[in-house]
Write a new protein. Structure first.
Length: 187
């Protein structure tokens, strides 16, 4: 039985950075709901950089076939239930349920990434070129609504997304009680 670590948190919390660092440190494959939705957008001739397009498309994937959506995301790295996995971008309770069903007998460990509002707004302004009023509109979308109120309740641990990615990733690994890789143990 293996472990699947799923990351969730608001836009700009740092979940992608931390999930990438965790995957690197543990030498585990990583898949991303957001990257999958961007691929679907690209293939359908939509702008994969437009968050409103991604939100609409992601919601449609959840509503039309949540099990198929999760299956396709897991297939990004040809993961067929063997070995451990890092999953970035958990946003819906329905997706979490489908994920738990599809990864059995693996155990799901859920990491919620928090961040203070000033840091979050600065990040999305600098990295994504999103103004605060636009971020507010994105935050009010149905795809984001479950994150602070519902998804957060399922967490096993919380980690501060304001921390540097390496430090936050090491905290995740330690707090989930995962053994360090031989290289990590030597450091």
């Amino acid at each position: 039985m293996g472990v699947v670590i799923a990351f969730s948190g608001p836009i700009g919390a740092g979940k992608s950075t931390i999930s990438q660092k965790v995957a690197e440190l543990l030498h585990w494959p990583r898949v991303s709901f957001g990257e999958y939705v961007q691929t679907v957008a690209r293939q359908s001739g939509q702008n994969p950089e437009d968050r409103s397009v991604l939100q609409r498309l992601g919601q449609a994937l959840v509503l039309s076939d949540v099990d198929g959506f999760v299956r396709e995301v897991l297939a990004q790295k040809d993961w067929k239930g063997e070995g451990n996995l890092v999953v970035d971008g958990l946003r819906h309770a329905e997706v979490r349920h489908a994920l738990v069903q599809q990864i059995r007998p693996h155990v799901l460990k859920h990491v919620f990434v928090t961040v203070d509002e000033d840091t979050r707004q600065q990040r999305v302004r600098e990295e994504d070129k999103i103004e605060p009023r636009v971020l507010m509109r994105y935050d009010q979308d149905i795809t984001e609504a479950q994150i602070p109120r519902i998804i957060r309740e399922y967490k096993d641990i919380e980690v501060n997304g304001r921390l540097p990615g390496d430090i936050a990733a090491r905290q995740v690994i330690s707090r989930l009680g995962l053994p360090p890789t031989p290289r990590e143990a030597a450091e």
